[in-house]
Ligand binder design. Structure first.
Ligand SMILES: Cc1cc2nc3c(=O)[nH]c(=O)nc-3n(C[C@H](O)[C@H](O)[C@H](O)COP(=O)(O)OP(=O)(O)OC[C@H]3O[C@@H](n4cnc5c(N)ncnc54)[C@H](O)[C@@H]3O)c2cc1C
Length: 314
């Protein structure tokens, strides 16, 4: 039996309908490819998290936190571990805005659950007359995944407004508050571990004219439609090297439209890979490795994947 098999069976017995054994990961990832996890647990309470912790912590059974899967590539042979996803109950967004302050000076706090979608949070904060998270309208992930990745765009990132997060470490203890500084956020990086689950995040935002924030959101949405492809992809495959763009380097290496099996370098944006319907994660992975080799040869730059690759040999 697999490493995670016994843990999966125990969790199914303890948590019932919240657990899917042999869960297919493809529908949970925007590439829409990949194999199964030993079990997927859809979490709606801290008591369920404690039950998972009690099963996985002793043997350090591998765990994978799953948001919208918009940065995940799970291998065709799957993930021998427990995948954990926060349910809708963790998708709440609330604003705490001090009364009687002038628009230009007031600050407010926004609290968002780990499964809240970033585009939804961006639109709700704009509608509440708050500025700082408009960029997030273009990032199709959750707040939890956004914090883990220090997601960003259009000149900003999660780190710019984050105050702190509530984190549950499935290998060690219960929920604890971690400040933004403690997360050591940098370009598409935090120090969160694979056993850390972000339950909630608190942001400091500035008051603004809601119409200005909504206009900025419309401009970002238009820019995305014009410059990025839709379909089965996971956004930027590689991080940008210092003072350069991964897309430019891939394009310059002549790889736009290059295909391996069911995976193709987008013809619209060279730093995106499109997977075919019914395609293979291993083809996407092979294409990632091919791009790295060709770009290294062409320009001497070693591209670093931004996509999180799960269940592949190193
Ligand atoms: C069309 C498109 C455009 C994109 N544009 C951008 C962009 O402009 N900027 C950008 O930064 N990214 C972009 N992305 C990538 C992706 O949306 C971000 O990385 C996003 O933050 C991932 O969130 P997610 O919920 O989908 O996380 P997932 O892809 O599910 O997971 C990503 C990582 O976060 C971890 N994780 C997920 N949820 C939690 C949680 N609750 N607690 C702890 N860890 C968790 C996972 O284990 C994994 O390591 C884009 C993707 C697509 C498909």
């Amino acid at each position: 039996m697999s490493l995670a098999g016994p843990a999966a069976v125990i969790l199914a017995a303890e948590l019932g309908d919240a657990v899917t054994l042999g869960a297919s990961m493809a529908p949970l990832c925007t590439y829409k490819v990949g194999g199964t996890a030993a079990a997927l647990v859809e979490v709606e309470s801290v008591s369920q998290l404690k039950a998972i912790r009690d099963v996985v912590a002793g043997d350090l059974v591998p765990t994978l936190m799953v948001g919208r899967g918009s940065n995940l590539l799970v291998s065709d042979s799957g993930f021998d571990g427990i995948a954990v996803r926060l349910g809708d109950g963790y998708g709440q967004v609330s604003v705490n805005k001090p009364a009687n302050q002038s628009v230009n000076k007031s600050e407010a706090e926004l609290l968002a659950g780990g499964s809240a979608l970033m585009p939804v949070v961006a639109r709700q904060s704009a509608a509440a007359g708050l500025t700082g998270l408009e960029w997030a309208v273009g990032v199709p992930g959750t707040i939890g995944g956004g914090v883990r990745m220090n997601a960003g765009g259009h000149g900003s990132e999660i780190a710019a407004n984050l105050i702190d997060v509530s984190v549950f470490d499935l290998y060690n203890g219960g929920p604890r508050t971690v400040t933004a500084a403690q997360l050591e956020l940098s370009y598409r990086h935090s120090n969160l571990k694979s056993s850390d689950l972000v339950l909630e995040a608190r942001f400091a935002l500035q008051a603004c004219d809601p119409e200005e924030a909504k206009t900025l959101i419309s401009e970002i949405v238009r820019w995305r439609r014009e410059n990025q492809p839709g379909g089965q992809n996971a956004g930027s495959v590689f991080t940008n090297p210092d003072n350069d763009s991964a897309g430019r380097l891939i394009d310059q290496a002549g790889l736009k439209g290059y295909r391996i099996g069911t995976a193709e370098v987008s013809t619209k944006h060279a730093n995106f890979i499109q997977a075919d319907p019914g395609g293979s994660a291993d083809d996407v992975r092979s294409l990632i490795q091919h791009i790295q080799a060709v770009v290294l040869d062409a320009s001497g730059v070693s591209l670093v994947p931004e996509n999180r690759m799960i269940g592949f040999d190193q």
